[in-house]
Design a protein around this ligand. Structure first.
Ligand code: PSU
Ligand code: MN
Length: 301
């Protein structure tokens, strides 16, 4: 008989959950694939610090040498930030990473899956994955959307990246019964671009009401939900500039034959280069703002 796999919790996370104190999950793909060195480790550490300052315990999630881990140590964070060739694990890759003893950074879908197994209900990230835009009738739709449909974790994000097809992304979320809760916004944020004109499904103006909406959704048999926290307008990049940089990056990806799991990291990297690092600054601000809000909501649950 094979023994069932259980996530390993850090002592601090296990103690907090046992005492019913707030815990916030953080993802590791942003460290290993989403941000360049040295910003990646700085943001990973700052996000943990922000969660602590807001009164919650941070739990960065990854598969570490085959062990699904909720609550990485600082040494592990540093190793992930420096390592080359770390696997990027969405939900479907978790079993393989565990069985093959790999170290894998978890995406939003992979992090949600492990957070839920550990009993963590709130998770902060930068932006979720979504439906990529055409060329062609692309079937590149992030596993994040389907994980949100099934797993009862609240994902605090600055919406979805403007590199995605946002109308299609929101339609898919609606089809799958995923609430898109706007935090002090009526429209869906687009990461480091100014807000879209696409409506959220419900607006809330406090962390308390966000927690109430999510708790009610789960009580009624729902899965995950998005708490969309816009980057302040002053920190956003001009829409036109980003749109153009995105079109260029997409064309480059197509020419270089980049697709699948490599597409998102490729586009993010090219955008950072095109904007002289301004997307990185914005990314850092929004991750930290989401971490703080997530800690507040976790405190209300
Ligand atoms: N947003 C970011 N940086 C990232 C990601 C999202 O600002 O690195 C990552 C998340 O881990 C998300 C993943 O789950 O990209 C989506 O990848 P894909 O499009 O391959 O599903
Ligand atoms: Mn994809």
């Amino acid at each position: 008989m094979l023994t069932p796999v259980r996530p390993k919790l850090s002592m601090e996370v296990a103690a907090a959950l046992a005492d019913r104190r707030p815990v916030v999950a953080l993802e590791s793909t942003i460290i290993a694939h989403g941000l360049p060195r040295p910003v990646n480790l700085e943001v990973a550490r700052e996000a943990e610090a922000v969660v602590r300052r807001a009164g919650a315990v941070p739990a960065t999630v990854a598969v570490w040498q085959g062990v699904p881990t909720v609550g990485l140590t600082d040494e592990q964070l540093a190793e992930l930030a420096h390592a080359e060739g770390v696997t990027k694990a969405s939900r479907r890759d978790l079993g393989a990473a565990v069985a093959l003893g790999q170290t894998a950074a978890t995406t939003v879908s992979g992090t949600m899956a492990l957070a839920h197994l550990a009993g963590v209900r709130v998770f902060a990230t930068g932006g979720i994955g979504g439906a990529h835009r055409p060329p062609a009738d692309s079937w590149d739709i992030s596993a994040d959307l389907l994980e949100l449909a099934r797993t009862p974790v609240l994902v605090v994000s600055a919406g979805a990246k403007s590199i995605l097809d946002l109308p299609r992304t929101l339609e898919i979320l609606e089809t799958h019964g995923v609430p898109v809760i706007g935090y002090r916004t009526d429209v869906f944020p687009q990461f480091y671009s100014p807000r879209s004109d696409l409506p959220v499904s419900v607006r809330v103006d406090s962390a308390t009401v966000a927690a109430e909406v999510f708790a009610a959704h789960v009580s009624l048999g729902g899965g995950g939900a998005i708490l969309a926290n816009p980057l302040p307008d002053a920190d956003c990049l001009p829409a036109e500039e980003l749109a153009e940089a995105t079109r260029t990056a997409e064309a480059e990806a197509a020419r270089a034959g980049v697709s699948g799991a490599k597409l998102t990291p490729f586009l993010l990297k090219r955008l950072a280069e095109w904007t002289g690092g301004r997307t990185l600054t914005a990314n850092r601000i929004l991750v930290l703002s989401n971490a703080k809000l997530a800690a507040e909501v976790a405190g209300c649950l």
